[in-house]
Design a protein around this ligand. Sequence first.
Ligand code: SAH
Length: 350
Amino acid sequence: MDIKSLSLDELKTEIGKLGEKPYRAKQLYEWMHVKLARSYDEMTNLPKSLREKLAENYEYTSLKEVTVQTSKLDGTRKFLFELPDGNFVESVWMQYHHGNSVCISSQVGCRMGCRFCASTLDGLERNLTPSEMLEQIYAISRSTGERVSNVVVMGTGEPLDNYDNLLRFIQMVTDENGLNISQRNVTVSTCGIVENMKRLADERLQITLALSLHGSTQAKRQELMPIAGKYEIDEVIDACRYYFDRTGRRVTFEYSLVGGVNDTDEDAENLCSLVGGLNCHVNLIPVNPIRERDYVESERRNVLNFQHKLEKRHINATVRREMGRDIDGACGQLRRRHAKSGQLEICPGD
Ligand code: SAH
């Protein structure tokens, strides 16, 4: 059993089964989720006999830091971690004026097939457990020595394709007995799995939902995102409206601008019609070209023109700051490179 994925209540039950006093559960939980202990050995106020019993009966998930790359442009750090089974995941640490943000992966690989994304090129390997999601944050916290205030689930993987583990992760990372990150500082990004968007809305959490839109009509979206063949664009937008109605949380739309593909005036107009009237925010992301595809980013003036068109229609739009471009900042590039070569091949300015 994976001890770091247990809630405090579940841990109390387990500790009871071992014949220990209930307050030991609280101590143990604190070691794992507040003091971010790397192993049972560090838990010095637990009797050695208990630590031994724990080690015999429960797996203690911790990630091995394989590489850290620090951006010379903005200090963003990209981590490659090895999971207990030898798989790799990547996570990113970013500093903003409002605090430190960590972007975590939710799966090893991804099966969604978005055309511009490197994470999906080799398909899905497996889901991450709650503890493996938590550990990405904990390991970064230990490495940087800094508090993490924001979490975005926007790394490799489709979080709503790993729903139960994601939900447990959210509950644990926002738990007052753990890191106690405010729900409002947690964002989950999805390619638009409608039934799970609604399910998430019904959990009535205060987290932010971000929808990867990338196309403003059904046809355009489907060109870039195979998942759009399963869920019509109107259905996905309805699910966003439902999310807002249930939670009162403004939805974010992510729109990666691909030169000549989805960045024309007509695309901007269509986007206005699509999301106008919804309480939302549009995040424009100049696409980060990956080697395996020939997509190019929009020209700067097209990006600004696109933003301007939205703002004229009173749609809140920002151009995302591109962090860590010099360190394989875009989804899945680092892990993929590592997997292909067995070691890191660092390409400055790539
Ligand atoms: N599966 C989820 C979360 C992971 S992807 C989702 O689809 O939202 C996080 C965001 O990065 C998504 O908006 C995704 O479309 C975008 N993305 C992936 N590869 C990109 C690239 N090369 N350039 C720009 N954005 C990219």
